[in-house]
Design a protein around this ligand. Structure first.
Ligand code: FAD
Length: 426
């Protein structure tokens, strides 16, 4: 893991310090043991605790230490595979259901913000923007597909309309989704943890699960404790490797990076993104950005498909930000951090059951803020006896990455280099 992955995100620096929850010590018992306190694990914990089950969450580090406390904060419907591939994978009727459920992921965030008074800087609106004529055509096709097959309207903004809200010379137009938006992901994750604990869930930080002992009564082993459960939820995402090898083989951890400028001041920030929306471009190695509540620009991108340290990361990220906003030339990042995205081979969600007592959700493929909230709910429903939705996700086909543990990353890096070349040339 390189320095940027270890660097403290601005999100962590922008919330008050909280005393850590005590680690698991000795023997314990739970109806449901959950590995990982990101959105997936916390969402499941909240639902299950509200239903009256004894829930224990074991988190290796702190709440939100993984992708949930490091991401771009963009809250989107759908899944990493996109809607066209979802149709191909699931067929029209199931794809429509799965897409509608993804919208429920956003509704769930709103419902929880309200029910548990989670102040997480929500802002409405998201634009997917085109850099090239080919991408304008692709976005217009996508807009039609969303309308015709999913009954989900997004607005097409030609260049002049887009420029009225986004002061960048780089884009030819964009698809604006008023139903999407952005939030401060760590504030939301901490609020979710508080809500789950208030509902009765127990949370242990500093409690890495070292081994999952499978069987009708699975046991989670940490360095200093053992948790015997009726059900286990594996919600460790890209960082949760080593507990179930069959799951590890189906996802690839891919590095992605986010920088935060110092506060720019309300006027300068509003001059960049006048309507406060989040933005992502259509490239494979995409740029994504938004403003924070304290008027910083949060700028993400530059996926890294190798596990090698990223030379010149700061300079590369800065150059990318200046290319989008030449008016920021000379502005640097005050914070720069990275995180791991859990991509599945087809970028579709990989949620299901390993056996009657072990449940999992992974494969969010960089599109998981809303989807992981939903995943926790769908896993909880299944544990509570309503497995229909989880079964629908489990029917999506998934394959292992080729190459075994050592070869997987270099093979993917080679494949991704092709897509980056395509971004650059066409
Ligand atoms: C840089 C970055 C930018 C992103 N931007 C966006 C975005 O803008 N929009 C979007 O929709 N999605 C985005 N994503 C994806 C999104 O953040 C994730 O899909 C989502 O947060 C996944 O949540 P999770 O709970 O499944 O995993 P995580 O948040 O990674 O949580 C897993 C937790 O499990 C813990 N853990 C792992 N192993 C163990 C173990 N053995 N024992 C105990 N605990 C363990 C980890 O410490 C971690 O806290 C981004 C991801 C990254 C990394």
């Amino acid at each position: 893991m390189d320095a940027a992955h270890q660097a403290r995100p601005w999100y962590a620096a922008s919330v008050p310090e909280r005393p850590p929850q005590p680690p698991l010590e000795g023997e314990a018992r739970a109806d449901v043991g959950i590995v990982g306190a990101g959105f997936t694990g916390l969402s499941a914990a909240l639902e299950l605790a509200q239903a009256g089950l004894r829930v224990v969450v074991l988190e290796a580090e702190r709440v939100g230490a993984g992708a949930s406390g490091r991401n771009g904060g963009q809250v989107l419907p759908g899944y990493g595979c996109g809607e066209a591939r979802l149709l191909a994978l699931a067929g029209p009727a199931q794809a429509r259901l799965l897409f509608d459920w993804s919208r429920e992921g956003i509704a769930l965030i709103h419902a929880r913000r309200r029910a548990h008074a989670i102040a997480c800087d929500w802002c409405d609106g998201h634009a997917t923007v085109a850099l090239k004529p080919r991408q304008v055509t692709e976005l217009l096709d996508w807009q039609r597909l969303l309308q015709d097959r999913f009954d989900y309207p997004v607005e097409w903004w030609p260049q002049e309309r887009l420029r009225a809200s986004l002061a960048s010379p780089r884009y030819l137009g964009g698809a604006f989704d008023p139903g999407a938006g952005h939030l401060h992901p760590l504030k939301y994750a901490l609020g979710l943890a508080d809500a789950a604990q208030a509902a009765g869930a127990r949370l242990h930080e500093g409690s890495r699960v070292l081994r999952l002992q499978r069987g009708p009564r699975p046991v989670l082993h940490t360095a200093r404790g053992r948790l015997r459960c009726d059900h286990v939820v594996l919600a460790g995402n890209a960082l949760g490797r080593g507990l179930a090898p069959e799951l590890d083989a189906r996802i690839m951890p891919v590095g992605s990076f986010v920088g935060a400028t110092a506060p720019l001041g309300p006027e300068r920030a509003a001059a960049l993104v006048g309507n406060g929306m989040a933005v992502a471009d259509c490239n494979w190695a995409l740029d994504y950005f938004r403003l924070s509540a304290d008027h910083r620009l949060l700028f993400g991108g530059r996926a890294s498909y190798s596990n090698l340290p990223s030379p010149n990361l700061r300079a590369v990220m800065r150059r990318r930000m200046w290319r989008v906003f030449p008016q920021l030339r000379g502005v640097d990042f005050e914070y720069l951090w990275g995180g791991y995205i859990d991509i599945s081979r087809n970028r579709a969600p990989d949620w299901g059951r390993l056996d009657p007592s072990v449940y999992y959700a992974q494969g969010f493929s960089g599109h998981g803020v809303a989807a992981s909230n939903l995943a926790g709910k769908v896993l909880a429903e299944a544990i509570l006896g309503q497995a229909g939705r989880l079964d629908a996700y489990a029917r999506l086909p998934h394959r292992r990455f080729p190459g075994g543990r050592l070869l997987r990353t270099p093979l993917l890096a080679a494949a991704m280099a092709w897509y980056k070349l395509r971004d650059a040339l066409w």
